[in-house]
Design a protein around this ligand. Sequence first.
Ligand SMILES: O=C(O)CCC(=O)C(=O)O
Ligand SMILES: [Fe+2]
Length: 302
Amino acid sequence: MPGTYGQLTSEQVGHFLERGFVTVRGAFDPAGARRWLDDAWVRFGYDRNDPGSWAEKRIHLAARSNVDARTFAPAAWHAAVELAGGEERVVLPWQWSDGFIANLGVGDDRPWQPPSPAADGWHKDGDFFRHFLDSPEQALLSLVLWTDMLPKGGGTFVAADSVPVVARFLADHPEGVLPGDFDYAGLIGQCRDFVEMTGEAGDVVLLHPYTLHATSQNVLGVARIITNPPLALREPMNFNRPDPADFSLVERAVLRALHTDRLDFVPTAPRQDLVPERVLKQRARAVAEDARLAAVCDSPDS
Ligand SMILES: O=C(O)CCC(=O)C(=O)O
Ligand SMILES: [Fe+2]
């Protein structure tokens, strides 16, 4: 459909349909995030210049502050909205936050291994809802790079052929799947196309929401910091639109995966919001984080 896609090139559209992701390089100026990153190190409780002090190797902070991606990273915003089917279909604003995910040396006590089914922690994002084929809560998975993501330095592992695998699983489970109930070993075992995502601070990777991915080892001694803000839809995905031109690229990728032109998907159980373990852990950390931030604010050289 030439001309239908504004921001994305036909190569990017083809790549998204084939391999489930699009990269927007230089989507924002990392200098604009300096304060957030300075605060993050206070919240971690570590000296950024002393990797020896980084006791906890993976930290996922809660969000304290937000920016609207539309103004902060316009090219990424436009690309994301286009993948999800247009501005009127998505929940706005698309908020990006300082809920940083730091890889400060996961698995740095053993030799680095490339992505494969043997890596730990393959998952689909969305620990906060019951998953259906058409779930609106997570229309896209994103990786926002607040630092460089260097080879062997914590680049998120991605299974670029996982969308069809997960699509079949969800199509077979119209009753929905709780985040902890996916057969991840069985699903990742069907994948062959593994990617170690790398890039520079300011890059953004937009991925199909079904994409299986995993934390990787970071053996470089260099901190890697990302966020993964979900873009949500106002209504569930619709695989049965009267005019095929109205399918979003995310929906098209699902139909293609299921080898069908359209599908009348009807969930057989209610949608469900969940409070993830992650949030409970973040709340538990927050008291100490607040105290450290307050101490920095009170110090004479702040
Ligand atoms: O840290 C990473 O590379 C991936 C993190 C992730 O996938 C998650 O927190 O859901
Ligand atoms: Fe994830």
